[in-house]
Design a protein around this ligand. Structure first.
Ligand code: CAO
Length: 425
């Protein structure tokens, strides 16, 4: 079966997490992703959080599958020549350097567009135009500036960041959509365009329900928040809501059997209105089905603490998987809190390719995520990340059509590096 993005060439000038997640997605769909790295060091993540000395870190490998690596010093004359050959040859240039860095290499949009009018230039920056446009940004800064941190955590605690990398990987996803949209548009116009994704904007896009709540506050308290039932007045901005459900169906994380010694013996339980009757039967409160204080979603809102305490008395008698089985039989929406250990061992996730084992020449076998987006006619196969400069010669010869003598000349000038050992952090 052919791959959906076969034939698309990506000049991958990305590093760290946000950009690489985007180009990895394109590579999973079959694009030829040529990762350009600085000779000697490469992407900084190769040497960050190393678990095995002198071996590419899991941080790097898990963000750079299915790519080829060329090392190239873009600040030398010969390196610049090679870079411009790549610009003319490729369909998309993806980058997430600090603001201004690409232009300092001479790669402005105007020059790129002139050299290759079909090229799409896709960039991640921390912020869009405005007062912070020149700032360097990492994941947690984006979570803080995008509205996630102020709305995550408990009302009486400090703002919290989430474990999900919504700033980096979230922006990478947005950028990938921008790139394929621009590729589609190019089939009509014949021209490339710029695709810009700011990490702050991407986080906010994912936090839209909290912006919704901000406006609802003008019209009264947020009745589905626990705070409402506790009689605590709301301030003038969306508060942190602990583990309250984001939608109109109240939910909580509840203890299950074994919670005293297992940090993940918990279940998320949603009191969906449609299944209120079976919930009452299961927890042993059949009267709540008809009692006017509990029978309707609106009547229940001031009693959420009491209701969830009662439900928890039931969940604590069962382990999270048992509770899931019992509740699912009645279509009651709930979910176990799964540890990474449990996820890593999950048979279904392995079967669907959402988790895969990959073989690496210096690391051996390791576990990683596969493509979460499944196309029926273009399945993704995860192949290992490249060693630093592994494909330098191959790309110079087969993609850029340099002769053997030219390749030697470029290499001897120091503009590119061939396969190199990775320095430990
Ligand atoms: N050859 C020669 N020079 C190279 C090169 C190559 N192959 N690749 C990169 N460089 C140079 C750049 O030209 C730049 O040089 P100048 O500053 O002299 O112009 C330099 O390397 C450093 O680039 P940088 O400023 O982007 O890197 P940094 O480590 O200082 O900052 C980061 C990292 C992520 C904070 C910054 O790149 C950034 O803000 N990016 C945009 C937002 C983003 O994507 N953040 C997510 C990161 S993941 O959490």
């Amino acid at each position: 079966m052919s791959k959906a993005l076969e034939g698309v060439k990506i000049l991958d000038f990305t590093h760290v997490q946000s950009g690489p997640t985007s180009t990895q997605l394109l590579a999973w769909f079959g694009a030829d992703v040529i990762k350009v790295e600085r000779p000697g060091a490469g992407d900084a993540t190769r040497a960050q959080l190393q678990d095995v000395p002198d071996v590419d870190s899991l941080y790097f490998t898990m963000l750079n599958h299915n790519k080829r690596s060329i090392t190239l010093d873009s600040k030398t004359a010969k390196g610049k020549d090679v870079l411009w050959r790549l610009v003319k040859e490729c369909d998309v240039l993806v980058e997430n350097f600090a603001p201004g860095a690409l232009a300092r290499m001479g790669l402005t949009w105007e020059k790129i567009h002139e050299a290759n009018p079909r090229m799409i230039l896709a960039s991640v920056k921390g912020f869009g135009p405005g007062r912070y446009e020149d700032c360097k940004v990492y994941e947690n800064v984006a979570q803080c500036a995008g509205g996630s941190a102020s709305t995550t955590g408990f009302r009486d605690g400090i703002p919290m960041v989430t474990g999900a990398q919504i700033g980096d990987s979230g922006t990478g996803l947005h950028l990938a959509l921008g790139i394929v949209t621009a590729l589609f548009h190019r089939t009509v116009t014949g021209l490339g365009q710029k695709v810009d994704c700011a990490m702050q904007d991407s986080v906010l896009n994912l936090c839209r329900v909290k912006l919704r709540d901000q406006q609802r506050l003008d019209h009264g308290p947020l009745t589905e928040y626990s705070q409402f039932g506790e009689g605590i007045p709301f301030g003038d901005s969306t508060p942190r809501a602990g583990n309250d459900s984001g939608g109109g169906q109240p939910g909580r994380i509840l203890k299950c059997k074994g919670w005293e010694h297992d940090p993940n013996a918990y279940l998320y339980f949603i009191t969906q209105a449609a299944v209120w009757a079976p919930i009452c039967d299961i927890i042993g409160e059949p009267d709540w089905k008809t009692d006017p204080g509990y029978a309707t979603p609106k009547a229940r809102l001031p009693h959420l603490n009491e209701i969830f305490t009662r439900i928890e008395a039931w969940t604590m008698k069962h382990d999270k998987f048992e509770a899931m089985d019992i509740l699912n039989a009645y279509d009651i929406p709930c979910g176990p809190i799964l540890s990474m250990k449990e996820i890593a061992a999950d048979e279904s996730l392995r079967k669907t390719g959402t988790i895969v084992e990959v073989e690496h020449p210096t690391r051996g076998t390791y576990l990683t995520v596969g493509n979460p987006i499944k196309l029926s006619a273009s399945p993704s196969e995860v192949t290992r990340s490249p060693l630093l400069g592994e494909h330098t010669d191959e790309i110079l010869r087969s993609v850029l059509k340099y002769t053997d003598a030219e390749v030697d000349e470029i290499a001897n000038s120091g503009a590119v590096g061939r396969i190199e050992k990775i320095a430990a952090e």
